[in-house]
Design a protein around this ligand. Structure first.
Ligand code: GUN
Length: 292
């Protein structure tokens, strides 16, 4: 059996086109373009690259981006003052503080300060709390988990009643992905670095979300035949045949897994493009919420 490849690039492009059309309609109706403020602290190259991609997506979709780059040694008070200013700025509908922050900063306090209506990353305690509670709806769902579930839905993978195994319990991906899947009536097992008999548990998964950041960690013989495999990992692997000396691989051994799975996302071109597409969708929603 060869898995159906879930084309995240194409699905993300369609989301972006829908968002761009809605933005154009807003502007034609005399409303403000959605505005996204990005806050980057320090000089991590990966974070700078992600934030640049988010700014570029805003421009491409007719939104406005406001970028703030603070030095790595910025104080908690200065960062909090910026968030308060952005909360008060009516041109800014969404606020994204790129994570991780330098170790001296209190991430929880910063995220708690973001006005819930502008929390397009869905990381504020109020949004996450609502995601975790039955019968409550968060205003925004964190972008990468939202993208994972959107891919499953677009591929026609049934979630209700399925056994979903989530590898990783990070605040950004694993934990919110598990909460989102529970909310959609999956039975969810969360695995992490202390989990025993990992391959055995993964073999029970109708849906596998791999978000542990270990190159090609999940082997083909861990996959239940016909399962849907969503690979969130983006790892570089040395590859002397490439000019740059490496290539990107996921947390799943793609070549092995695609022979067993029913559906699988590639790396690159799977979950990656979805994170930004869902951020754009959330930012549009933030502008719509703040219209009234
Ligand atoms: N760092 C890695 N992924 C993300 C994300 O989706 N949002 C933010 N704010 N930081 C991140």
């Amino acid at each position: 059996m060869t898995a159906q490849i879930i084309d995240g690039k194409a699905i993300a492009q369609k989301v972006r086109e829908e968002v761009a059309a809605a933005v154009a309609q807003r502007i034609a109706a005399g409303k403000q373009p959605p505005g996204l403020a990005t806050v980057l602290v320090g000089d991590r190259v990966d974070s700078a690259t992600y934030v640049a991609s988010k700014q570029k997506a805003c421009q491409e979709l007719g939104m406005i981006s406001f970028h703030h780059h603070l030095p790595a040694n910025v104080s908690q008070e200065e960062l909090e003052a910026l968030v308060r200013d952005l909360n008060a700025d009516r041109r800014v509908h969404g606020i994204l503080v790129q994570l991780p922050l330098p170790a001296h900063l209190n991430e929880e306090r910063v995220l708690s300060l973001i006005n819930i209506e502008k929390d397009v990353d869905g990381f504020s305690p109020l949004n996450i709390g609502r995601l975790a509670q039955k019968g409550r709806e968060p205003l925004f769902v964190p972008c990468t988990p939202y993208g994972c579930v959107y891919l499953l839905e677009q591929a026609g993978v049934p979630i209700e009643g399925a056994h979903a195994v989530v590898l990783g319990r990070s605040n950004i991906v694993g934990m919110p992905a598990a909460l989102l899947l529970i909310g959609k009536n999956a039975t969810v097992t969360i695995c992490h670095s202390h989990t025993r008999n990992l391959p055995e548990i993964v073999r029970q998964a109708d849906i596998l979300i791999a978000a542990i950041g270990k190159a090609e960690f999940v082997r083909g013989d861990w996959i239940k035949p016909g399962a849907a495999v969503i690979d969130v990992g983006i790892n570089s692997k040395p590859d002397p045949t490439k000019k740059i000396g490496y290539r990107l691989v996921g947390d799943v051994n793609f070549e092995e897994a695609k022979e067993v799975a029913g559906f699988i996302t590639p790396v690159p071109g799977g979950v990656g493009p979805m994170t930004i597409a869902m951020l754009m969708k959330n930012t549009l929603r933030a502008a719509e919420i703040q219209d009234v």
